[in-house]
Design a protein around this ligand. Sequence first.
Ligand code: B12
Ligand code: SF4
Ligand code: SF4
Length: 359
Amino acid sequence: MSTLKQLITDIAFELGFDAVGITLANDLQRSNEHFLQWRESGYAGEMGYLLRENPINAKPRQILNEAKSVISLLVNYYTELPQDPGSNYGRVATYAVGLDYHKVLRKKIKQFQERIKNEIGEHFLSCGFSDSVPLLEKSFARNSGLGFFGKNTLIINKPLGSYFFICELISNLEIESSEQRVGTCGKCTRCIDVCPTDALNASPMLDARLCISYLTIEYKGIIPLELREKMGNWIFGCDLCQVVCPYNKKIKSTSWSEFESKNGIGHWASLKDILSIKSNEEFHARFCHTPITRTKRQGLIRNAAIVAGNRLSEESLPELIWLAENEGDPIIREHVLWALSKYPDKKAIDVCKKFFVAI
Ligand code: B12
Ligand code: SF4
Ligand code: SF4
């Protein structure tokens, strides 16, 4: 390994990154075509930043003119799922149980940049990100030798599995590229089979409009009726196509304490607690250090109402009734009334009748 590559790898591991790989900062022609094909198929749903006329996606030099290499870094966020505490709780995807990874990783990437600059001097230029620019991060991670595309459309790394964040540094350094890793799903189709909404039926593309992760986090409107029951217990994100993946069977828990569930909302959240959040200020105060802020109060209560209806959460019933009678937000009200229509309870039926909801 060249000295520069060794130096960068050593700094990355010292700072706690779980894997590092390097590739050239060239445009990725084929990935770009796939991205455009995906978008033209309508699979991006309403994710505005991916629908812009000139998304940066596969062109690192549009971000850093002098770019020569992309240094990709992986951060394991896996923590074990505690037992389901029962019907009064909703599930949170593993990546979101702790602190907001955008903030944690931004700080760490900055330290990484500073350490490299200290070692090699002021001529070092770089831009670093994780999930904050529309760059095809998975394609660059794959090209950096950090794994392969699974049929669930995620990058799979041996031995890390797929529960990791991808970060990258676009830099002006000429560094020897890492060797591409070979790997394949073979005949396995577990993720496609387990997906409750058939979002992976177009694999190797994912129809985000059907994906529970998109519906619960990115999508701001009224969830289509036919998808609500399929959302099951999920109030934020979805992990099912990772849970079943054989590459995730023997993985280690994260060494990043920031991503442990004690620092955030946790794997299971009380539906009653969420449904009783009365204002945006209260929502912000509770979740401002976590990725949950993305849904805002409206989205999280909408999701919690659906899960309460799916699980017939007893504790949530008084909160749902209160929301049906007092909440001003029409999106929240719509989902609350849908949830109440699922309960066999007389009080719930009376509220539905009052608001003319078909039971
Ligand atoms: C938009 C987005 C989403 C959308 C769409 C996901 C998707 N698969 O497209 C939604 C909201 C659904 C989502 C969900 C999740 N996401 Co997300 N998401 C992104 C984001 C911002 C962009 C991804 C993107 O560009 N999609 C567009 C598609 C076309 O690009 P692509 O998936 O890279 O597609 C490539 C291949 O599929 C292939 N391909 C596509 N079509 C075709 C067709 C043919 C013929 C061929 C041969 C190949 C091919 O080529 C494409 C280009 O290289 C990235 C961050 C980033 N900037 O990259 C994170 C990112 C992909 N998400 C991430 C995570 C963690 C998740 C979730 C696990 C979170 C959760 N638990 O809820 C889920 C997983 C759902 C899933 N199975 O993918 C991580 C993934 C880490 C990993 N191990 O790969 C990323 C990289 C964020 C990060 N920096 O860590 N996400
Ligand atoms: S995250 Fe869930 S809904 Fe989305 S593709 Fe995977 S299993 Fe399907
Ligand atoms: S579950 Fe099977 S098909 Fe899906 S990503 Fe994992 S190995 Fe590939």
